[in-house]
Design a protein around this ligand. Structure first.
Ligand SMILES: Nc1ncnc2c1ncn2[C@@H]1O[C@H](COP(=O)(O)OP(=O)(O)OP(=O)(O)O)[C@@H](O)[C@H]1O
Ligand SMILES: [Mg+2]
Length: 461
């Protein structure tokens, strides 16, 4: 079935358009004609249109106002404006405000047809793109978040769900796992997306300054308060405040924050006026807040207020399936940024990076790729280009033992295999013997004895 493109025409002199309407219908368009902006608004409420063709000067609601209405309420409709003689400025203004094109009156029917045809083709293309993009997003990414591991897919589902609510979310995870990106995604996928997203790093700012950053102050509230200042909670009204590194907040401010969360009201420092705001709170920390509560470093009541919906971001080493995708993403990004021809990474190097522990998580990976992009000469990055600690031999090779013509010496081969496994474990554990021993199923002293006996040193050389 061919769906007829639907055109809405708004003009206060509809009679002059009669011929045009007839021709459009003959060309297979479905046309509705209204005589004012107000009528156009109500027509669009009842059905949707591919294109709105509107006169700019109409009594009542002007063409520009109508354009603004469509841009906000019906972004799927392309708007073409009709302008009288000598009003090119208005036409330009209309284009700036989102009109797709303009035609000057009296408009030639062929010109109208051509413009409409192009507009509709463009629209189809756009819709296809949006569809493609959203399908891609579902599998591999959400906004700027990359990753398709089951852990990341679960995260995307949670993010989508909590985005639709106003609930407070506490994002936890090691440093560099993407907590801030997640807070961003929650805000920008929710109904507050057009309102401010206001981040504040509670760990980076001294206590007194943080208090005034959050709550604002009145003129003269303290030495140096020369002017009144609105705090982040006020600035974020109707939007979101992201309290990053909340675990670093001082006990005094924790009390004040708790009171604000309970009452959604506060006073600026040195002020008497009560200010009420509507903000959504997101918080993040790489601290173990439950432990901080147990150690009486973090208020339990505040913890429960913040931890309404906990989101834990697993460290990169627990989702090594994401490493190749992230590598590709960062290679592309940094080559483009530095205007370097696109580089690739060999399969071996990618596998090696998948086996690395990533104590600094995605941030560490990004830094490594950025450096490799600059420092590697060829267009393919090899294992030998990687930093030494990341050059991890493939497990598969270890097991590949061939008998050949003369067979093998079982004892020597096992010995060699043991050496290599010990070295691998040490490498994977970044040299931490406790961890390496655990990987090998040995206790620490046995591992150290074996290393001594076999004269294994780590790091090598
Ligand atoms: N899944 C991901 N996809 C793409 N980029 C990511 C992802 N996770 C993290 N990054 C990138 O890694 C860097 C660190 O991310 P972010 O600042 O969000 O981490 P964080 O958890 O807030 O770290 P910290 O606890 O140190 O503040 C950023 O440059 C971010 O863009
Ligand atoms: Mg952060």
């Amino acid at each position: 079935m061919v769906v007829k493109p639907r055109i809405l025409i708004a003009d206060d002199e509809p009679l002059t358009l009669e011929l045009i309407v007839e021709r459009l219908q003959a060309e297979g368009y479905e046309v509705e004609v209204v005589a004012s902006g107000e009528e156009a608004v109500s027509a669009a409420r009842n059905s949707s249109f591919n294109v709105l063709l509107t006169d700019l000067s109409m009594p009542g609601m002007s063409g520009i106002e109508l354009l603004a209405h469509f841009a906000g309420k019906h972004p799927e409709t392309l708007v073409i404006v009709l302008t009288g003689y000598g009003t090119i400025e208005t036409a330009v203004e209309a284009m700036k405000r989102g009109a797709y094109d303009y035609l000057s009156k009296p408009a030639n029917i062929d010109e109208i047809l051509l413009t409409l045809k192009r507009a509709i083709e463009l629209k189809d293309l756009k819709e296809e793109n949006v569809l493609l993009r959203s399908q891609l997003q579902d599998q591999h990414r959400l906004d700027r978040l990359i990753g398709q591991s089951p852990a990341m897919q679960a995260l995307y589902r949670i993010i989508r769900r909590v985005s639709k609510t106003d609930s407070t979310v506490l994002v936890t995870g090691e440093s560099g796992t993407g907590k801030e990106l997640i807070a961003n995604a929650i805000h920008y996928n929710g109904s507050r997306r057009d309102m401010p997203f206001v981040p504040i790093n509670c760990g980076a700012i001294p206590e007194e300054l943080l208090e005034s950053e959050l709550f604002g102050h009145e003129k003269g509230a303290f030495t140096g308060a020369l002017k009144e200042r609105r705090g982040r909670f006020e600035l974020a009204h109707k939007g979101t405040v992201f309290l990053d590194e909340i675990g670093e907040m001082s006990p005094k401010l924790q009390v004040k924050l708790l009171r604000f969360l309970q009452e959604t009201k506060f006073q600026r420092i040195g002020g008497t006026k009560t200010i009420e705001v509507d903000v959504r709170i997101l918080a993040a920390t790489n601290k173990d807040l439950e432990k901080a509560v147990a150690d009486s470093e973090f208020r339990e009541d505040l913890f429960y207020r913040l931890n309404v919906i906990p989101i834990h971001v697993p460290p990169l080493r627990e989702r090594e399936g994401d490493v190749p995708l992230l590598i590709r993403h960062f290679l592309r990004q940094h080559c483009r940024k530095k205007d370097i021809p696109q580089k690739k990474m060999s399969k071996g190097a990618v596998e090696s990076l998948q086996m690395y522990e990533w104590p600094g998580n995605v941030r560490e990976l990004e830094n490594v790729i950025e450096r490799l992009v600059i420092l590697t000469d060829g267009d393919e990055i090899e294992i030998s280009d990687l930093p030494k600690r990341m050059q991890i031999p493939r497990q598969a090779e270890i097991a590949k033992i061939e008998f050949g013509e003369e067979g093998i010496n079982l004892k020597d081969t096992l010995d060699e295999l043991e050496n290599r496994l010990i070295l691998d474990a040490l490498q994977k554990a970044s040299g931490v013997k406790n961890k390496a021993a655990k990987l090998l199923g040995l206790n620490r002293t046995t591992l150290i004895e074996k290393m001594k006996k076999k004269q294994i040193e780590f790091p090598v050389g």
